[in-house]
Write a protein that binds this ligand. Structure first.
Ligand SMILES: [Zn+2]
Length: 395
């Protein structure tokens, strides 16, 4: 971008970012509300629209945003029928949380806490103890899980309160640190096929007088990253997951409710230099930066000591209104990570945080070669990635 162009572009005010609805309608509010209805101590019913139920099942579809679902009624006839105003559905969107990424969202779901409290505030974040980036999804490099996320999950609290509690997901997730700190409590059941997961989730739901069951499907997100939202592969996955949800809904035992939701939405980013800003090739963005964390649409930028305000100024100047750009303290004050940030989480956040507003990503072609080639992306606060469905089926 030339100097003349810079002069035309005003940085976006931090407060213009549409902050997730923490405390009233975000992913972190879902399980506490269900726990409240199931009589789990310490849980609050912060989503008032949800009615009490004895057996609650959450089906989390990775990557299925509200806007993508609304745009594809033909591929998802069952899920679409659960949307408010169409054929009697009551479903509506809730917000994922910032950043809108799987590790962050799964931790928000399982702990019932916003990212500033559970402490998984990005795809990769700096571990203050080592100074190195840590991948929150793959838990790499190894970090002791419990100090990293010390809060009990809602599943653990439900299990202790005598609620039949189970997770039904892919076998590979059974003993991952992310599962341990975000989703453990009760019994984990690994099943390879989607159909088996649905059948077993219904079985587990029926096995208790009061029950809380979680199940998960990953490949809508996988195909979206690889081929794009609306690609044939993505639409095929949507058709498949629609049938899975219907299969589970049709097996609900009495006094049950199924809640279909997602961890984030997604959007495609064009393959051109304007849309894919390459951090590894941009000396201006790289000046004074010690580490680049997060992901393309939600960057944690860690400055070398003393360079924080310079980095903030340069990122604002170079990126203009394509991103909401905040200092760490501005982002915290604006509530991007929830109403508060725990002291142990504070230094995991970037000195500068850049959240995409336009259809752009900050790639890192050399240090993140795989991620830089993804068609579909997510992470920021725009409705297309932030809004996720909350669809309800009651038996
Ligand atoms: Zn993803």
């Amino acid at each position: 971008m030339t100097q003349a162009a810079w002069d035309d572009v005003e940085p976006l005010p931090v407060h213009s970012a549409p902050v997730p609805a923490y405390g009233t309608g975000s992913l972190a509010d879902l399980l506490p509300t269900l726990g409240f209805h199931l009589g789990v101590p310490g849980c609050a019913g912060t989503i008032p629209e949800l009615q009490p139920v004895d057996r609650a099942c959450v089906f989390l579809i990775d990557g299925l945003g509200w806007e993508q679902l609304k745009a594809h009624p033909d591929e998802a006839p069952f899920l679409s029928s659960l949307i408010a105003s169409s054929r009697g559905g009551t479903g509506r969107p809730i917000t994922a949380g910032f950043p809108a990424t799987t590790a962050t969202s799964l931790a928000s779901v399982g702990t019932g806490l916003p990212p500033g409290a559970h402490g998984l505030p990005g795809y990769t974040v700096r571990n203050p103890a080592t100074g190195a980036l840590m991948n929150q999804l793959r838990w790499h490099p190894w970090t002791s899980p419990r100090p990293w996320q010390p809060y009990p999950t809602i599943f653990q609290r439900a299990h202790e309160a005598g609620v039949r509690t189970a997770q039904v997901s892919a076998p590979a997730f059974e003993s991952t640190p992310l599962t341990k700190i975000a989703l453990s409590g009760g019994t984990f059941h690994g099943r390879l096929s989607g159909e088996d997961r649905m059948d077993l989730a219904a079985e587990q739901l029926a096995a208790g007088d009061r029950s809380l069951v979680y199940t998960y499907y990953s490949e809508v997100d996988g195909k979206g990253h690889r081929f794009g939202v609306d690609s044939d592969a993505w639409r095929g996955q949507l058709m498949y997951v629609d049938r899975l949800a219907q299969r589970l809904a049709e097996q609900l035992p009495p006094r049950s409710a199924l809640y279909v939701t997602a961890d984030h939405g997604m959007l495609d980013i064009p393959f051109d230099e304007q849309s894919r800003i390459d951090f590894d090739e941009d000396w201006e963005l790289g000046a004074g930066v010690a580490l680049l964390g997060g992901e393309g649409r939600a960057r944690h930028v860690y400055a070398v000591p003393g360079a924080q305000s310079d980095v903030l100024a340069v990122w604002r100047e170079v990126l203009g209104e394509q991103f909401w750009i905040a200092s760490r303290d501005e982002a915290i004050a604006a509530g991007w990570f929830g109403p508060a940030v725990d002291p142990r989480v504070y230094d995991r956040l970037g000195d500068v945080i850049a959240a995409a507003r336009d259809d752009v990503v900050i790639i890192a072609s050399r240090t993140e070669p795989k991620e830089s080639l993804m068609v579909g992306n997510h992470g920021s606060m725009t409705p297309v990635e932030q809004l996720v469905p909350l669809l309800e089926v009651r038996s």
